[in-house]
Design a protein around this ligand. Structure first.
Ligand code: GLU
Length: 412
C-alpha cells in the first residue's frame, strides 16, 4: 500500500467520525473543507547578503467555535497539505477539550538548523508580517510547534505589536513569561502526555511504580514528558532524537545534561538503538513524540508496548492504527494526549486578556481538570460505542463542531 499522507490520514479519521455520528453528506462537505488558506512568499536576507525565498503557510481550518488556534511549524517537509491536516487536528483537539477555539496551523518550509539566530528572527518577523492581516487575539492565535519556541513567539508578538502601535501580548501564546507568557506553558504538552500515560496505566491495570517507557523524540514534548513521568516513578528506558536512540542511561536529567553539553545522546554507559528498535522495545508505554508517520503498517506488527500515548501530532497512520487495534494495544490519541499544550495556551490567552496572572499551581490544577475531564469523556465514549479511543476522541470533537455549525446556521 502506498504511504498515506498526513492529509489522507486526517480525512479518513474525519470520515470515520462522520459515519459513527451518522452525519449527512452535507455535514461531511462542511467539516472536511478548510475555511481559509493562505500561502505566502517569505524572502530572507541571509547573513552573507544573499536573498532566498521560502514558502510560508497559515491555514484557519475552522472558526466556528471561536478564533482559530494552533502552532507554527518550521520544518523542511512542511507543505500546504500537511498544514491543512494539522489545522484539522487542532480543530478537533480544541473541541474535544472544550476550548472556545477553532483550529489552525502554520509554518515555513525551512530547516532551522541552517539558520543563524538573526536569520531565524528575520524569517519569523517577515512571515508574521505576511500573515498579519489574518491573525490577532480575536481572529487566530499562533503558538510554538516543531522547530519554533518562545523566542519565535516573542518576535511574532513584537512584529504584530509594532504594527498595531501598542503591545498586543494575546496575539500569540507560548511567549516568554516576561512578555505575558504563562507559568507552566513550556512543560504543558509533556505534563499532559504524562497525565495521559498515568491514566492509561490505570485503565490497563498496570502499576505505575516502575512501569517502563520508551520515548521517540527528546525535544519540547519528549523531554518534558520524560521528566514528568520520572517524577511519577516510571522508568524511562530509552529515548531518541533525529539521529537515533539510546538506552542504558541512569536518569533523564543526566542524559539531558550530556545532550546540552555535547549535542548528542551518547552519554557514557549508554547503548545506541535505531528508531525502529526503540519503537519495538518491550515496554509498558511507548510515546511517539517527534513527527508524523512514526507508526505505520510496516512496523506496527512488531510493537510490544501495551500502551501508546501520542505526544506528536499524527504519529500513527490508519494502516498502523488497524494493526494496533487488532493487537489490543491502547492508543491514547494525539488530540487528547498532547492537548496540554493548547490547554495552557488557552490559559495564557485568558490571562493576557485579563492582565491578571495565575500561580504555577493554579495553571497545573486547571490543566489537570480539563485533561482529566476530556480523558474520562473519551474513555466513556470508547466503552459505550465499543470503538477505539481515537475514534471516540474524534466523535466527541467532530460532534461539537458539527453542532456549533448547525446552531449558527448558514449565512446568508
Ligand atoms: N502546537 C501545539 C499543538 O499542536 C500547541 C498549539 C497551541 O498552543 O496553540 O497542539
Amino acid at each position: 500500500m502506498a504511504t498515506e499522507s498526513a492529509l489522507d490520514t486526517a480525512r479518513s479519521q474525519l470520515r470515520r467520525a462522520v459515519e459513527l455520528l451518522k452525519l449527512s453528506e452535507n455535514d461531511w462537505q462542511t467539516l472536511s473543507t478548510p475555511r481559509r488558506i493562505l500561502e505566502v512568499a517569505v524572502p530572507l536576507r541571509r547573513d552573507n547578503g544573499n536573498v532566498e525565498m521560502y514558502k510560508g503557510f497559515r491555514v484557519q481550518y475552522s472558526t466556528t467555535r471561536g478564533p482559530s488556534k494552533g502552532g507554527v511549524r518550521f520544518h523542511p517537509a512542511i507543505d500546504m497539505d500537511e498544514t491543512v491536516a494539522l489545522a484539522m487536528l487542532m480543530t478537533w483537539k480544541c473541541a474535544l477539550t472544550n476550548l472556545p477555539y477553532g483550529g489552525a496551523k502554520g509554518g515555513i518550509a525551512v530547516d532551522v538548523h541552517d539558520l543563524s539566530l538573526s536569520e531565524n528572527e528575520r524569517l519569523t518577523r517577515r512571515y508574521t508580517s505576511e500573515i498579519l492581516p489574518i491573525i490577532g487575539p480575536e481572529r487566530d492565535i499562533p503558538a510554538p510547534d516543531v522547530g519554533t519556541d518562545e523566542r519565535n513567539m516573542a518576535w511574532m508578538m513584537d512584529t504584530y505589536s509594532v504594527n498595531a502601535g501598542f503591545s498586543v501580548p494575546g496575539v500569540v501564546t507560548g511567549k516568554p513569561i516576561v512578555l505575558g507568557g504563562s507559568l507552566g506553558r513550556t512543560s504543558a504538552t509533556g505534563d499532559g502526555v504524562a497525565i495521559s500515560a498515568i491514566e492509561a496505566l490505570r485503565v490497563k491495570g498496570i502499576s505505575q511504580a516502575g512501569a517502563t517507557v520508551a520515548i521517540q523524540g527528546f525535544g519540547k514534548v519528549g523531554y518534558w514528558t520524560a521528566i514528568a513521568l520520572e517524577n511519577f516513578g516510571l522508568k524511562i528506558v530509552a529515548v531518541s532524537d533525529v539521529h537515533g536512540g539510546v538506552t542504558g542511561f541512569k536518569n533523564v536529567t543526566e542524559l539531558w545534561n550530556h545532550f546540552q553539553a555535547n549535542g548528542n545522546l551518547n552519554a557514557p554507559g549508554t547503548e545506541k538503538l535505531t528508531q525502529e528498535e526503540l519503537i519495538q522495545l518491550d515496554v509498558d508505554v511507548l510515546i511517539p513524540a517527534a513527527l508524523a508517520d512514526a507508526i505505520t503498517q510496516a512496523n506496527a506488527s512488531g510493537i510490544r508496548a501495551k500502551i501508546i500515548v501520542e505526544g506528536a501530532n499524527a504519529p500513527t497512520t490508519p494502516g498502523g492504527d488497524a494493526i494496533l487495534n487488532d493487537k489490543n494495544i491502547l492508543v491514547v490519541p494525539d488530540i487528547l494526549a498532547n492537548s496540554g499544550g493548547v490547554i495552557v495556551s488557552y490559559f495564557e490567552w485568558v490571562q493576557d486578556k485579563q492582565n491578571y496572572f495565575w500561580t504555577a499551581d493554579e495553571v497545573k490544577s486547571n490543566l489537570n481538570d480539563i485533561l482529566m475531564r476530556s480523558f474520562r469523556e473519551v474513555e466513556a465514549m470508547a466503552t459505550s460505542m465499543n470503538i477505539s479511543w481515537r475514534e471516540a476522541a474524534h466523535v466527541i470533537g467532530v460532534a461539537r463542531v458539527a453542532q456549533a455549525h448547525k446552531l449558527r446556521g448558514l449565512y446568508p
